[in-house]
Design a protein around this ligand. Structure first.
Ligand SMILES: *[C@@H]1O[C@H](CO)[C@@H](O)[C@H](O)[C@H]1NC(C)=O
Ligand SMILES: *[C@@H]1O[C@H](CO)[C@@H](O)[C@H](O)[C@H]1NC(C)=O
Ligand SMILES: *[C@@H]1O[C@H](CO)[C@@H](O)[C@H](O)[C@H]1NC(C)=O
Ligand SMILES: *[C@@H]1O[C@H](CO)[C@@H](O)[C@H](O)[C@H]1NC(C)=O
Ligand SMILES: *[C@@H]1O[C@H](CO)[C@@H](O)[C@H](O)[C@H]1NC(C)=O
Length: 419
């Protein structure tokens, strides 16, 4: 399915600097040639002198970091891999999972710029003292057992660029504290228990990728959304419980992947979905979408993956969609389509992976029964009579077919990031 995007850290060159530094430090710290680095210090390598000075004494900011990290250590109930065993004494830069770099505003001093505890399996909560780590550029807590809510003091992290809290046990409403992070560019909250509406302000942040899948979030694309810079939106396995609003068009200038699998999406697909001219992946499978395929989808010149499977779509599969130049995989199984136009009848002849099983296509094998089809097709849906407004589910006549009870397995693009 969806490919993982390559993130462009072009938003802020200062942040880029920190990230580059961190990348270097991450590599160096894990390198088995670490002793060679020490060796350099004894020779008069140009970097050695400044490194020595940097490592010298603690400074006030490292002392603040010491307070914050000790508070975090005390908020940990279980650390089966002993990540925090090394968190003793004031040398926070040598703590496992803690990465230091020269301060942006004063390259002479070292500050804590990154926390990377991915896959540590730690159980605990995030204490208020994390607000003291004002030099943090990245926090990676993927695949731990952190619980509770995010402390409001995180608003203090004015340099934070990447926040990955995926695959933890955070709860409560959408953590609005992330909206006050001025430089946030990558937000990954998937596989937690956040619930309730997603604030429209989220889309005003300069976020490149937004991963919210596998929570209990509602109203995922508020109708009032005015624009966004995101290229990837993954909302699968939440409870949207409404229709896709025409305001999705405001994502057109950047959006390349839209993944809304199993979000209790209702109503018709708006024509505007076809105005997202950069889309490569559109997956709205396992929902309650009714009506026809908007013809505008035939204009998505870069579309590679189109998954409409497990909905209540009906009508004709338009030839224009099947002729899209980059189309590689088109799934429309488990709907109520009654006709495939032109080339759509044999997409394998174009080398496209295609699944049209369990529809109402009289000339194709593995279709629904006549009775099942008639029950739905006798009540054609008029999308103009039920426009999607205010994120509300339009009142559509009930349909007969039961929804699948099994939840689709997370595909690679919605699984937690490996590191
Ligand atoms: C962590 O430390 C405890 C106590 O020293 C030890 O029993 C355990 O084996 C260590 N676990 C790992 C994964 O190193
Ligand atoms: C925010 O950061 C400043 C240092 O820049 C610190 O003095 C202050 O205590 C922090 N506030 C919180 C709530 O952590
Ligand atoms: C789907 O959303 C509707 C509101 O549109 C709600 O009534 C229903 O309970 C939701 N279904 C599930 C399974 O949560
Ligand atoms: C095509 O897409 C479907 C639905 O997303 C997926 O299950 C299948 O693995 C894909 N096939 C290929 C060959 O990419
Ligand atoms: C589809 O096209 C391929 C190659 O052109 C052909 O071998 C196959 O028989 C066709 N299938 C149907 C059902 O027409």
């Amino acid at each position: 399915m969806a490919s993982f995007p390559f993130f462009t850290f072009s938003t802020n060159s200062l942040i880029l600097l920190v990230l580059l530094n961190l990348t270097y430090l991450l590599a160096a710290k894990h390198s088995k040639y670490a002793s060679h680095h020490n060796h350099y210090h004894h020779h008069h390598h140009p970097l050695a002198a400044s490194n020595a000075r940097l490592h010298q004494a603690s400074n006030d900011r490292l002392h603040q970091a010491f307070i914050a990290l000790q508070a975090l250590k005390h908020a940990i109930y279980s650390d089966p891999k002993n990540y925090t065993t090394s968190w003793v004494g004031p040398s926070v830069c040598s703590y496992e999972g803690i990465y230091c770099a020269p301060a942006l505003d004063n390259p002479e001093i070292q500050v804590v710029a990154g926390i990377d505890l991915n896959h540590a399996d730690i159980a605990g909560f995030l204490p208020d003292e994390l607000g003291l780590l004002t030099d943090l550029a990245l926090i990676h807590l993927n695949s731990n057992r952190f619980c509770g809510i995010l402390p409001l003091t995180l608003a203090n992290l004015s340099l934070l660029y990447e926040l990955d809290l995926s695959n933890n046990r955070f709860v409560g409403p959408f953590p609005t504290v992330v909206l006050s992070l001025p430089t946030i560019g990558y937000l990954d909250l998937r596989f937690n228990n956040f619930e309730g509406p997603v604030p429209p302000e989220l889309y005003q942040k300069k976020l490149d990728a937004i991963f919210l899948n596998d929570n209990r979030l509602t109203n995922i694309i508020p109708t009032g959304v005015a624009g966004s810079s995101a290229s990837v939106l993954v909302f699968a396995n939440n409870n949207y419980g409404g229709c896709l609003p025409p305001s999705i068009v405001h994502f057109a200038n950047t959006l390349e992947e839209l993944v809304l699998i199993n979000t209790n999406l209702t109503g018709c697909l708006p024509q505007e979905v076809g105005f997202l001219y950069k889309l490569r992946v559109l997956d709205v499978s396992f929902n309650n979408i009714v009506g026809p395929i908007p013809y505008s989808i035939a204009g998505l010149a870069h579309l590679e993956q189109l998954n409409l499977g497990f909905n209540k779509l009906s009508g004709i599969v338009p030839a224009g969609v099947c002729m899209l130049p980059d189309l590689a995989n088109f799934t429309l199984s488990n709907n109520f389509f009654c006709e495939e136009e032109g080339i759509c009848q044999n997409l394998t002849s174009r080398g496209i992976v295609f699944d049209d099983r369990r529809n109402c296509l009289v000339e194709k094998p593995n279709q629904r029964s006549k009775r099942e089809c008639n029950a739905v097709l006798e009540h054609p849906v008029d999308c103009f009579e039920h426009p999607c407004e205010c994120g509300e589910a339009a009142a559509f006549p009930p349909t007969i077919s039961p929804m699948p009870t099994s939840v689709p397995l997370p595909s690679p693009s919605i699984a937690p990031t490996p590191l």
